[in-house]
Ligand binder design. Structure first.
Ligand SMILES: Nc1ncnc2c1ncn2[C@@H]1O[C@H](COP(=O)(O)OP(=O)(O)O)[C@@H](O)[C@H]1O
Ligand SMILES: [Mg+2]
Length: 246
């Protein structure tokens, strides 16, 4: 019997009016894999992540988390969403809450942890992203890189099965990208299962298990990063990488 994928995406399609943004996208994600999605902007990468956690409802197709279908799951979707940590380009932190409060709030409100337990867990996750010493800072007092690491800690606090990153470093200055990328690299090394939409080619290819190249709503090329330089199935990826300067 083969292992059940943590996440199965099956024939996901989505249109906005006449524009078909996702065209029957399918892939499986196994525990510990890091899949990097690259490709030109406007090709449906964000829509794909949003359809996976049902922030956007796909027109057709299915998503399974640990073998259970989460599409059409109604109210239960909130439970499934907790298992999929989402990290956005613009952090989406609460400005009026300190770093540690941002991390613990869902533990208190959603997981109904008691205060001491939530604080302990929040501090553990801040430690994990190297920010224990910034626990009492407000988002405005943090650099963009630190704010993004807080939002990663917030997602990790829910003990997700899979982390979804949508261009997590795109809003950051080059010197701040690195600290966020290093946190992600460490997560991957620790066995976290991750889907990452990114333009950071060097980073994506340095530790992703798979590269998936999207164009016009389809995954047009996919394979192992090591095969990009030579494999004929990575022609478009190579061309894209050639035009994209980091
Ligand atoms: N809510 C929406 N309503 C209408 N069009 C949308 C919406 N969200 C995305 N789109 C369109 O879908 C296409 C894919 O968008 P997106 O998934 O954000 O691409 P990417 O993340 O690859 O840049 C774009 O043409 C975008 O304008
Ligand atoms: Mg996008």
């Amino acid at each position: 019997m083969s292992e059940t994928p943590i996440l199965r995406v099956e024939n996901l399609s989505k249109s906005y009016g006449d524009l078909q943004v996702l065209k029957s996208v399918s892939f499986d994600v196994y525990k510990g894999e890091t899949k990097a999605f690259i490709g030109p902007s406007g090709t449906g990468k964000s829509t794909l992540l949003r359809c996976i956690n049902q922030l956007t409802v796909p027109d057709s197709g299915s998503v399974y988390l640990n073998g259970e279908e989460i599409t059409h799951s109604g109210a239960k979707i909130n439970e499934y969403r907790q298992k999929m940590g989402m990290v956005f380009q613009n952090f989406n932190l609460f400005d009026h809450l300190t770093a540690v409060r941002n991390v613990e709030i869902a533990l208190l409100k959603v997981k109904k942890m008691d205060k001491a337990e939530a604080r302990k867990k929040a501090m553990f996750e801040l430690e994990r992203v190297g920010l224990a010493d910034r626990a009492d800072y407000y988002p405005a007092q943090l650099s963009g890189g630190q704010a993004q690491r807080v939002s990663i800690a917030r997602a990790l606090a829910m003990d997700p099965d899979v982390m979804l990153f949508d261009e997590p470093t795109s809003a950051l200055d080059p010197e701040l990208k690195r600290e966020v990328l290093e946190v992600m690299r460490k997560l991957a090394a620790d066995g976290m299962t991750m889907l990452i939409v990114t333009h950071e080619m060097h980073f994506a290819t340095s530790f992703a298990t798979d590269i998936l190249f999207m164009e016009n709503g389809e995954i047009v090329e996919r394979g192992r990063p090591a095969d990009i330089p030579t494999s004929p199935s990575f022609e478009r990826t190579r061309a894209f990488m050639g035009t994209y300067q980091e």
